[in-house]
Write a protein that binds this ligand. Structure first.
Ligand code: DP6
Length: 340
C-alpha cells in the first residue's frame, strides 16, 4: 500500500504584451510572446496523491469547493495526453482541489493561472516520487504549455516572461524565460506596472482562443503577423531595458489592435470587441494626450480592457478610471502591486 501525500501551489494569471496567436505541432507558438504576471488574479491548487498503477487517474476534482466533472474530464484527458513526457500520469491516483481569488464569471480567463498551478503541483509530485529535478520552472512551464499555451508564462513570477524563440537569441518554444529588471530600471519605469481590468462583458465568448489559433493556419496575413510579432518583441525588449514607457505603450496597443484585426480578417471572421471596448480605447487615448500620463491599454481574446500604467501615476489615473470608464464596464478588477 502506498501512502497518501499532498502538495500545493499557487500561480498568477498573466497578461501578454506581444500576443501568442497561432500555434503548430505540440503547442508550439508561431511567434514569441512576452507577458507580466497579474498579481491580483491568482489560482490555487492542491493535490493528494498516491501511487496506484492499476487505478490511476483523478478520483475527485473540486473547483471552489464543489465537485466539477467538466474540469475533471479535461484534466484527465490532459494527463493522458502528456503520459509520454510525464510517465507518472499512468501511476498516480489524484484528488485535486482548485480555486481562484477572482470571480470565475468575470470574463477573465483563469485557464492560464489554473493550469500553471496544476503543472507546479505535478512537478512537485515528480520531485517527491522520482527525485530532484534540475530546473523546476522549465519543467513546470513545459507541462503547463501542453495544457494551454499562455499557461506556461504563469509559472514565472519575474517582472516579465518570454515564451517562444525570438530572433535575438532569447526564448525557447518549449518553456519560458524570465526577464528581470535592475532596481534602477524599475525606478525609471515607476515600477510596478499595474493592470486594472475593465470587465466590459462577462458573456461567454463566441469563438474560443483555440478556434482563433486554428484560424491563423490559413490566414492571409500569417507570414506578416509572424514578422510583426518578431519586430515588436525586439522593440519592446529594448524599450523595457531602456525604461522607455512610451515605446512600450505603443507596442502593446499595436499588438492588442493587431490581434483583433487578425480575428476580423480570418475566414470565417469574428469580432470579440464590444462597442464599449472601443469607447474606452478612445477615452484612454484622449486622456493620455491631455495629461501626458503613461496610461496604455491591451486586450486579450475578448472585449475586456486591461489598463496598464505605472504605480507612481496611479492617483490621477485611478481618478480618471473611476470618473470616466467605470460606467462603461460591468465590473472592475483594480490593479495591485504584488505583495512580495
Ligand atoms: C490572446 O493560451 O488561451 O490570450 O494554447 O489554445 O490554450 P491555447 O490558447 P491560449 O491563448 C491565449 C491567446 C491570447 C494571447 C496571449 O495570452 O499571448
Amino acid at each position: 500500500m502506498s501512502t497518501v501525500q499532498q502538495v500545493s501551489s499557487e500561480a498568477f494569471s498573466n497578461i501578454a504584451f506581444v500576443k501568442y496567436w497561432g500555434k503548430y505541432g505540440r503547442q508550439y507558438p508561431c511567434n514569441p510572446s512576452i507577458s507580466m504576471p497579474i498579481p491580483q488574479c491568482k489560482s490555487f491548487c492542491s493535490m493528494e496523491f498516491e501511487l496506484d498503477d492499476s487505478n490511476h487517474g483523478i478520483e475527485s476534482f473540486e473547483f471552489e469547493g464543489s465537485e466539477n466533472t467538466e474540469f475533471k474530464n479535461r484534466i484527465n484527458n490532459y494527463l493522458e495526453s502528456i503520459s509520454d513526457v510525464y510517465p507518472l500520469s499512468n501511476k498516480l491516483r489524484l484528488k485535486i482541489k482548485t480555486s481562484n481569488n477572482f470571480p470565475h464569471s468575470a470574463g477573465i480567463a483563469s485557464s492560464a493561472s489554473a493550469f500553471a498551478a496544476i503543472a507546479k503541483c505535478l512537478v512537485q509530485i515528480e520531485e517527491i516520487v522520482v527525485g530532484k529535478i534540475e530546473n523546476l520552472n522549465d519543467r513546470a512551464s513545459m507541462l503547463a504549455r501542453l495544457a494551454s499555451g499562455s499557461a506556461c508564462r504563469s509559472i514565472s513570477e519575474s517582472e516579465f516572461t518570454i515564451w517562444g524563440k525570438t530572433k535575438f537569441d532569447i526564448g525557447s518554444n518549449e518553456f519560458t524565460q524570465d526577464v528581470q529588471l535592475s532596481d534602477q530600471t524599475k525606478d525609471k519605469l515607476g515600477w510596478p506596472l499595474l493592470d486594472t481590468i475593465l470587465v466590459v462583458s462577462s458573456e461567454t465568448k463566441k469563438v474560443s482562443s483555440s478556434q482563433g489559433h486554428a484560424l491563423m493556419n490559413t490566414h492571409l496575413y500569417k507570414d506578416a503577423r509572424i514578422e510583426q510579432a518578431h519586430e515588436n518583441m525586439r522593440v519592446i525588449y529594448s524599450a523595457i531595458q531602456n525604461a522607455d514607457l512610451k515605446t512600450f505603450g505603443e507596442i502593446i496597443e499595436n499588438e492588442a489592435l493587431s490581434l483583433h484585426a487578425l480575428m476580423m480578417t480570418s475566414y470565417p471572421s469574428f469580432c470579440l470587441l464590444h462597442p464599449n471596448s472601443l469607447k474606452i480605447i478612445e477615452l484612454v487615448k484622449e486622456f493620455r494626450e491631455q495629461t501626458g500620463t503613461n496610461l496604455y491599454f491591451t486586450i486579450d481574446a475578448g472585449p475586456n480592457i486591461h489598463l496598464i500604467y505605472p504605480n507612481i501615476e496611479k492617483k490621477i489615473i485611478n481618478e480618471f478610471i473611476t470618473t470616466n470608464l467605470l460606467s462603461l464596464s460591468e465590473s472592475i478588477i483594480w490593479g495591485e502591486p504584488s505583495e512580495q
